[in-house]
Design a protein. Structure first.
Length: 266
């Protein structure tokens, strides 16, 4: 999706990740896709909002078939040495690779990415090819003209990994290039048509942004967030084509300004 981006750093190497995530239900027990439109709060011609998206494979089976190879190799070696092995965790049906939450008061942005997977970095025959579920979490902000990682106090103090940014005016007309109107998980979006250059050029099968009818929702560049992409079917680095999709949107929310300077704030 089109957010203020920065490479995510996890304690698990990407090519060793085999995903797992059980989508946590919200505290208010609302189902994914419920769209809450509250009282509108305008900042620089923008609305405050909280947007949650997920990334998942179109085929969980194909995804795990590729990324379980290290475990299978370990099991084969263990059998040759008559060493008992521990079972590989069951694959959850609602598995996701990543869950991204963007919260904005209209002028500042906080992005939290959670990635989920099976930790096989230290898998050995001696430990019975044991695996365990793990996750990585990273939070960064765009606040007061600076983009910075919010997880590291040392990094903030040394001003490393920081970059400046400027808020651009919100422009709802930028969504007009997306000609197909639809809803995904109950959220109104505008999507690429068959003649869109990204689709015609076989870059993606489809891409969608939030529909401007939902409110003045934008990233720092003034553009509506890209909330849905679907890979072209076929061979993939992950063994399966990926889908990014929105599961929750709240517009016009009260935002605690402390969340842009304190990683633990809510």
């Amino acid at each position: 999706m089109q957010n203020i981006k920065s490479p995510i750093s996890l304690r698990f190497r990407l090519f060793f990740l085999m995903g797992f995530a059980l989508l946590a239900s919200c505290k208010d027990e609302k189902k994914p896709g419920v769209q809450d439109v509250l009282s509108t709060i305008h900042n620089n011609g923008r609305d405050s909002y909280e947007l949650i998206t997920i990334r998942r494979p179109t085929s969980v089976e194909e995804y795990f078939k590729l990324w379980s190879l290290p475990y299978e190799l370990c099991v084969a070696s263990a059998k040759l040495n008559n060493v008992p092995v521990k079972p590989f965790p069951a694959i959850p049906k609602d598995f996701v690779m990543k869950r991204t939450t963007v919260t904005s008061d209209g002028k500042s942005f906080r992005t939290t990415e959670e990635e989920f997977g099976v930790d096989i970095q230290d898998i050995t025959v001696e430990n019975g090819c044991a695996t365990s579920y793990g996750s990585g979490l990273r939070t960064w902000v765009a606040h007061n003209g600076i983009e910075a990682d919010l997880d590291s106090e040392i990094q903030s103090e040394n001003h490393e990994g920081q970059a400046s940014y400027q808020i651009k005016p919100y422009d709802p007309n930028l969504a007009q290039a997306y000609s197909v109107e639809k809803k995904i998980n109950g959220i109104a979006v505008r999507c690429t048509g068959a003649h869109d250059f990204m689709v015609a050029g076989k870059v993606v099968a489809e891409m969608c942004v939030l529909d401007p009818v939902l409110g003045r929702i934008a990233m720092a560049d003034g553009k509506p967030p890209i909330v849905y992409t679907r890979d072209i079917p076929g061979p993939s680095l992950f063994g399966s084509a990926m889908v990014d999709e929105p599961i929750s949107l709240k517009v016009g929310i009260e935002v605690n300004p402390e969340i842009f300077v304190n990683a633990a704030a809510k």
